[in-house]
Design a binder for this molecule. Sequence first.
Ligand code: CTP
Length: 402
Amino acid sequence: MSTGEQSRPHVVLGVTGGIAAYKACELLRLLQKGGAEVQVIMTKNACEFVSPLTFETLSGFPAVTDTFNRPERWSVEHVAMAKWADLFVIAPATANILAKMAAGIADDMLSTTVLATSAPVLVAPAMNSGMYLNAATQANMSLLQSRGIHFVDPASGYLACGDTGVGKLAPVEEIAARCFELLNKRQDMAGLRVLVTAGPTREMLDPVRYITNRSSGKMGYALAAAAKARGAEVTLLTGPVSLSAPAGVHVVPFLTTADLLEAMLKYAGDCDVIIQAAAPADYRPEAVAQQKIKKKSGEPFVLTMVENPDVAATVGAMKKEGQTFVGFAAETENVLEHAAGKLKKKHLDLIVANDVTAPGAGFDVDTNIVTLIAGDHQQSLPLAAKREVADAILDEVLRIRG
Ligand code: CTP
């Protein structure tokens, strides 16, 4: 985290060993021109291409390198730099650093620091086309993207190795623009109280059995993390999921739809933005058996379910002036039509519609394909990491709030 000094965002610039390393000097300049303070970490190979002294002179900070090969330094310095960063940018990024990041390998100052940071990370790959298009590199990039790492794709053209193809570092102006886009996002929800619900419910049948659904909670957790990163004060109401909550978020667990409603009624009144990403059960068993229900061989098991409250509709009906209420519609057919109906019925300001049968969308995957519907405003987003979808939803929330 930065010192809180808003006017001078902190950028850690990671430079890896490629012919494009010299372009990182120009990137550093552009970042400084835009008002950022920049510290540089160079890999050992990067030092073969550009002298650390160049970065040191330009940045006004010592360039952190591994040239002395003293691993004990990492444990001290990497944490400090990881925390200092408001943004981490790696340009140029070799296939090697992408592979290390994907695998969580921390064997030098750069890989160690990027593993430790909670700042947004932007990567600008540059390498030979064959390496870039190799299935291993592509798989590493998809994995990193699904974890919320941002990319500036390389351009095509004449490469230093003599080939022509994709793999040229994107123009530094484009990389700098993406850096500022990410930095500007970071505090645009400061002062807002955001309530996010996530995950499935569990409706108990007896002490050992319950009825649940396929919600993993990933979309809700991504929203909580994104809102937190953008400066909001976040409360996360969570069903039983196997995810760890983002740091600094107030977590309140729930089990059943009734629990969720109770928690919503307790916390929603004080919030500016309420995002109902949880998947509450519409029905619950009429009675919860006190003892384990015994098998009766040869007889069908008949279960009577009774209707649960509609949490979103209840909260929507109580919505106060100035509150923005967001819901989800996970559909398998007539997606937009059903979603628009729920938007009205539940007094939502925005509904996030998705076809959960589409590949790459829906349950327990790291990506999603959604359409945002707010009144007459409709926006279809391409397949993207849930974290990116979360940021797009928050962008739309801020647009609605004006
Ligand atoms: N929702 C809710 N309480 C319920 C059911 C749903 O708050 N008992 C919320 C969901 O969290 C979501 C929105 O309402 O934000 C739409 O949920 P969805 O399951 O798609 O719709 P339902 O109203 O349950 O309608 P149906 O099951 O018929 O599609």
